[in-house]
Design a protein around this ligand. Structure first.
Ligand code: ATP
Ligand code: MG
Length: 323
């Protein structure tokens, strides 16, 4: 049985602490198991569920076997998104890919107990159950905003951790402590320190590093002082935290509209699928998300079957102009 990488003696509100307790006994199994992608940020509304959904569909369309987990008991956005997709496909006789989806249905997601050693074991059991037959290449986990023990445990399981942030100093403050003085060196915030320690603990024990990518979301179409400021700060801190930065998605109405039908920018852009005429914005959005998925790097992994279909290519170059 795995032991928790979360230090059971600490309490989160004082100082979250991550220890390097043993992943050892299960190290071999960890090396064999599916690639775990966690989409996480304690800040709410940063685009976690939207980006998780796009990663899932991108992987499915590339021929990967994908399971998904929704850890957000309260909102269940990813679960509803996927359910909308299933119903829309059924109603319109469409063939839309779906992952093997699991959502949290008990009270675990609501607990903020840092002295509960069962969460880690419970979580690894869930992963084992999901990959019971070894039929899965990727497990994509959408986490809730806010501080939850189970969410931190999920972070510590990530082979790839994707952290979307809205392109604003307020949201960046979750990663880097933002203050009025320009003279001080930017420091990682509590969320960043907590996650860093969890990832370092996992790496030192089981030898699997985590690829942590901060994805900028809802970028304004026109370059602004704010955008440059956010870029500069991320540039200053990324080496210290060991993160990669991806220029993610622009602010586009289409990303909000997709939800009702459970669609993504990767789905076929014809009227029958979309339920309305496709617009140039759909094409630009596809190009942008495709670039993001490539930057995250999941599709270049060795799991990719030799004859897997490639991601749908965008019909136009990735020029972010329309919203
Ligand atoms: N690039 C984008 N352009 C426009 N709207 C977006 C974009 N990304 C996300 N949104 C919208 O922002 C809101 C928050 O997105 P989402 O639910 O994906 O965030 P979240 O981080 O999962 O939120 P929570 O923390 O509440 O789970 C939603 O209304 C979503 O449609
Ligand atoms: Mg969400």
């Amino acid at each position: 049985m795995l032991q928790s990488p979360v230090d059971q003696t600490s309490s989160y509100p004082a100082e979250p602490a991550i220890s390097t307790k043993s992943f050892g006994a299960e190290a071999a199994r960890l090396r064999r198991r599916p690639h775990v992608v966690v989409v996480g940020n304690h800040k709410g509304g940063s685009g976690k569920s939207t980006i998780a959904m796009h990663i899932i569909v991108a992987l499915l369309k590339s021929g990967k076997r994908v399971a998904s987990i929704d850890l957000d008991l309260n909102q269940q956005t990813l679960t509803h998104y996927l359910e909308n997709r299933r119903v829309w496909a059924q109603q319109n006789n469409l063939s839309l890919e779906l992952p093997d989806h699991h959502s949290i249905t008990d009270d675990r997601a609501d607990r903020i107990h840092w002295d509960d050693p069962t969460d880690f074991a419970w979580f690894t059991n869930q992963l084992e159950m999901i990959d019971g037959e070894g039929n899965c290449d990727f497990i994509v986990i959408d986490t809730p905003g806010g501080v939850q023990h189970l969410s931190l445990v999920a972070h510590s399981m990530a082979d790839t951790l994707v952290t979307p942030i809205n392109d604003s100093l307020v949201d960046l403050d979750v990663i880097i402590a933002i203050g009025p003085s320009k003279d001080l060196e930017p420091q990682p915030s509590r969320y960043a320190r907590t996650v860093s320690r969890a990832l370092e603990g996992r790496r030192s024990v089981c030898g699997r590093p985590t690829d942590w990518i901060v994805v900028r979301n809802r970028l304004a179409p026109l370059a602004s002082h704010n955008q440059r400021h956010v870029s500069d700060l991320l540039e200053l801190v990324h080496a210290k935290l060991g993160i990669r930065i991806a220029r993610g998605l622009s602010e586009r109405v289409v990303f909000r509209e997709f939800f009702a039908q459970g669609l993504t920018a990767f789905d076929p852009m014809d009227e029958r699928v979309l339920g309305s005429k496709p617009s140039p914005t759909n094409v630009i959005a596809r190009s942008e998300v495709r670039t993001l998925v490539e930057q995250i790097g999941l599709l270049s992994r060795q799991l990719q079957p030799a004859h897997a279909p490639t991601l749908p290519r965008a019909e136009v170059p990735a020029v972010a102009t329309a919203s």
